[in-house]
Ligand binder design. Structure first.
Ligand SMILES: Cc1ncc(COP(=O)(O)O)c(C=O)c1O
Length: 484
């Protein structure tokens, strides 16, 4: 220690204490070198998680051979201990839109740490939050206000609370196959048994309607007790696209019934589908838009609820209600800076357009694969959110093998594609939900033309191999049946 609090010391005591302290202190450590700590302990990661965290996750990774020990991330890539490069098509479930460890995001965050700004004063308002809010609503000018959160689920919680307060109604409608997060309120509007099971009862008055069904929505809205209809413009689980008129029709029905139209763009927003918001593809202006994931720049958790002014006016209608909603870390400087820097990078690198172009190239190639290979049932998506759905084959040999696998565990077939993609082609990808037959492609928006070729060649090889019975792909299937 080199600093002594002079207020607690006096006269000669000060000189003597300083000398003793200096002589006894260990060598000065200026910071904890996390990269060195990571290198020292990375080999223990699975053991530490088995002992102290979620043991079942370790079992899953080992069973499907995903225990790779990634040691570095840069752009759209991950690197293992030997320095081998992998193309990451999960991008942290959509977090790394601008790529991992983008130099501008990093330098921006360092400038916050070095700037000694008056972060989280609480009894003040944040300048950086003002700037980020201003820039977000400039991209969706029909919205006026922004509420910042620490995650996507927390943005969903906020939308539920604000809708109820703004309308004086309690009902929330959500869609079949929806995913809106796993906190209590968000889970109440998420349609997946495995997530809900054992955590019920959840929030009351949350009603599910089938996605893409305007009649069902109208029936649910009819009694005028519904605060909000919440919907993903493209569903993340399964990569399900709306019918051409669905979102416009839903917005119109909501308006007619006094219900707020809330779009969850937590996965689809910020350029993922080739536009700032996916909803722009269908020319709809929602009452609330939810963002998170990519806004973090891949570094600092953040969520945002963009809303029309009258909604805020109802929630915060007098001074004593100024703090009725909030969270300690919301609007923290690091998160706001990550958001501001992310918007800059998205614009400077033309990433909306790049996502649209790369997405078109990939969809065209996958579409051609679907024509050549009977196991590929459908390819769908927009920009760099693409689903490749596999389905029941027609030929006898394949049918028998498919049935065996699917009887053992629904959706297991997709692992016969994802595992060789990782092992043989160093492509990290996964299925689009539990028991799903759809593999989702959700890479960084920065992927290059040659990355697209890497993806196309790898899928082509693995999908072709999956049509050979007997063959190594189906031998892997037998091993997986054993595990399942
Ligand atoms: C559409 C959608 N909404 C909400 C969430 C929840 O976000 P978070 O995991 O940050 O809580 C997710 C996460 O995958 C999502 O894809």
């Amino acid at each position: 220690m080199t600093f002594i609090n002079t207020e607690t010391l006096a006269g000669s005591d000060l000189r003597r204490s300083t000398t003793i302290a200096d002589r006894q202190s260990p060598p000065q450590q200026t910071f904890i070198d996390m990269a060195a700590l990571f290198a020292e302990r990375e080999a223990d990661r699975y053991a530490m998680h088995t002992r102290h965290l979620n043991e079942q996750m370790v079992r899953v990774l080992r069973t499907i051979g995903y225990d790779v020990n990634f040691c570095r991330g840069q752009g759209a890539y991950l690197y293992d201990r030997r320095g081998a490069q992998y193309l990451d098509l999960l991008s942290g479930f959509g977090v790394f839109a601008v790529g991992r460890n983008h130099p501008i995001i990093r330098e921006t965050l360092k400038s916050i740490l070095d700037g000694e700004l008056p972060n989280l004063v609480q009894m003040d308002v944040s300048t950086l939050a003002g700037i980020l809010a201003e820039r977000l609503v400039a991209l969706a000018p029909y919205l006026d206000k922004v509420w910042f959160t620490n995650s996507g689920a927390e943005a969903v919680e906020t939308a539920i609370k604000f809708s109820r307060a703004a309308t004086g109604r309690s009902g929330i409608i959500y869609c079949g196959h929806a995913f809106h997060g796993l906190s209590n309120g968000a889970l109440s509007v998420t349609d997946e048994e495995i997530f809900r099971n054992r955590f019920e009862p959840l929030l009351p008055d949350c009603v599910r309607v089938p996605f893409n069904d305007l009649d069902a929505l109208e029936r649910a809205l009819h009694e005028r007790a519904v605060a909000a209809f919440i919907v993903e413009p493209i569903q993340g689980k399964g990569v399900n696209l709306p019918g051409e008129d669905y979102l416009q029709g839903a917005a119109e029905l909501c308006r007619r019934h006094g219900t707020l139209f809330v779009v969850d763009e937590i996965q689809t927003g910020l350029g993922r589908t080739g536009r700032f918001l996916a909803i722009e593809h269908w020319n709809v202006e929602p009452d609330m838009v939810l963002l998170a994931k990519a806004l973090s720049g891949g570094h600092v958790p953040i969520g945002a609820v963009l809303a029309r002014k009258p909604i805020f006016d109802k929630v915060f209608d007098r001074m004593e209600r100024a703090v009725v909603h909030g969270s300690t870390f919301g609007k923290n400087d690091l998160a706001m800076a990550a958001g501001i820097a992310t918007l800059e990078v998205l614009a400077a690198e033309g990433l909306f357009e790049r996502a649209a172009r790369a997405g078109e190239k990939l969809q065209r190639a996958f579409g051609a694969m679907a024509e050549r290979h009977e196991l590929v049932r459908e390819v769908r998506g927009k920009g760099l959110m693409i689903g490749i759905e596999f389905g029941h084959p027609r030929s006898l040999k394949l049918k028998a093998s498919w049935n065996l696998l699917e009887t053992a565990s629904k959706g297991l077939f997709c692992q016969l594609i994802t595992i060789p993609l990782l092992k043989e082609h160093r492509i990290l990808t996964q299925v689009a939900g539990h028991g799903s037959h759809t593999i989702k492609i959700l890479p960084s928006l920065t992927i290059s033309d040659s990355d697209c070729d890497w993806i196309i060649d790898a899928f082509d090889a693995v999908v072709a191999a999956s049509h050979r019975v007997p063959g190594p792909v189906w031998t892997l299937g037998k091993t997986l049946i054993g595990h399942s």
